[in-house]
Design a protein around this ligand. Structure first.
Ligand SMILES: Nc1ncnc2c1ncn2[C@@H]1O[C@H](COP(=O)(O)OP(=O)(O)OP(=O)(O)O)[C@@H](O)[C@H]1O
Ligand SMILES: Cc1ncc(C[n+]2csc(CCOP(=O)(O)O)c2C)c(N)n1
Ligand SMILES: [Mg+2]
Length: 321
């Protein structure tokens, strides 16, 4: 069954209760949401992001449930706030839905979004609905940060520090796409279906680290953004990456899916880990390499040789991973 537009908005209003975030004067139901500007402390800056997830580009309905799709689209958007060292305040959600999209599917999608919002202590205070050929989920998030973390202040000698696991989500997507059924792959499927935005680690890095990004497109590409913006070279340490693969079980998963764990970590996206440039160790982060003088991104092999990493990772307008 498919309700009309206004009945659908009422369903969403029920679902997205906006009593979770402070300073929301008006949530869903009017032409726009109204926020109390003093809810952001005077010492804090506002940080604002938008992220769109498109069916067949970011998800397929035969690979993920609508709850998963709602969850991961919200977490992907929130991860950009984490990457700024910001804390989410409130969100807007715009959906494009095909005419045959069922009410129960919309309920599941909204449940996933709402669960993610709740877990991050934020609320969806409005949005938009339109009919479209495919499902798209667009999420804007407004957040606050005392000291927003940019990409451009890494220096030679800083470590590359990572919060969270990398390479697992790409292995999970690989396993889902190839319909690999093996209990040992449940963890990596979950990593792709239910990522977490690392808000806490981002806030910890803010003020301690020099630069921060989130890893949506693979370690090489996203740490490359810091290198490029800061005018330094990023050198990953093969030993550190292999150690991480061992710790997370990615090394044995790599054998199961016949993909080199190093490739999964450097080129596989959507884990939404954070990567920082920092002179000092950061709590909850592991060291993946070093920024040095120069440019580009490289992998230092255990033999000591450096391999340049060109054009690795996801790019919407190039080929896939
Ligand atoms: N259509 C657009 N109009 C204006 N600015 C844009 C547009 N698309 C991207 N940007 C800006 O370009 C910068 C990089 O955007 P991008 O989407 O690549 O972010 P990212 O964090 O690197 O990737 P991800 O989407 O995986 O989070 C951001 O500052 C973003 O606001
Ligand atoms: C069906 C399907 N095929 C491929 C992928 C892989 N993928 C899509 S977008 C992206 C980078 C992050 O997106 P963005 O850069 O827009 O934030 C990656 C790794 C997927 N998730 N689903
Ligand atoms: Mg980002």
């Amino acid at each position: 069954m498919r309700s009309g537009e206004f009945a659908t908005i009422l369903r969403l209003k029920e679902r997205f209760r906006s009593d979770n975030a402070a300073g929301i004067l008006l949530g869903i139901g009017d032409d726009a949401a109204v926020l109390e500007h003093v809810a952001a402390k005077a010492s804090h800056k506002l940080v604002w992001t938008i992220d769109e997830q498109v069916e067949k580009t970011h998800f397929r309905r035969d690979l993920a449930g609508w709850i998963d799709i709602g969850w991961r689209s919200f977490m992907a958007a929130a991860s950009d706030l984490a990457a700024m060292g910001a804390e989410p305040w409130c969100a807007l959600s715009a959906l494009s839905l095909p005419a045959d999209f069922e009410d129960e599917d919309l309920d599941a999608l909204a449940r996933g979004q709402q669960a993610a919002a709740l877990r991050l202590g934020t609320s969806i205070v409005g949005g938009n609905l339109t009919r479209g050929e495919v499902v798209t989920v667009t999420t804007t998030l407004l957040g606050t940060a005392e000291k927003p973390m940019l990409r451009n202040a890494a220096q030679a000698g800083d470590g590359i520090w990572v919060a969270g696991r990398v390479g697992l989500a790409a292995a999970g997507l690989f396993a889902l796409e190839r319909r690999l059924h093996d209990d040992r792959l449940d963890g990596v499927k979950e990593a792709w279906l239910r990522p977490w935005a690392r808000i806490g680690e981002g806030r910890h890095a803010a003020g301690r680290a020099k630069a921060l990004v989130d890893v949506s497109d693979g370690l090489a590409q996203d740490v490359g953004h810091i290198a490029e913006a800061s005018g330094v070279r990023a050198v990953f340490d093969e030993g550190a990456l292999r150690e991480h693969a061992k710790r997370t079980g990615l090394d044995s998963i790599g054998e199961l899916v016949l993909v080199d764990p190093l490739e999964l970590m450097l080129a596989g996206g959507e884990d939404y880990a954070l990567a920082a440039a920092s002179e000092v160790p950061l709590e909850g982060f592991w060291r993946a390499g070093t920024f040095v003088e120069g440019q580009g991104v490289a992998l230092k092999r255990t033999t000591g040789r450096e391999r340049e990493l060109f054009e690795l990772g996801f790019d919407h307008f190039r080929s896939r991973m």
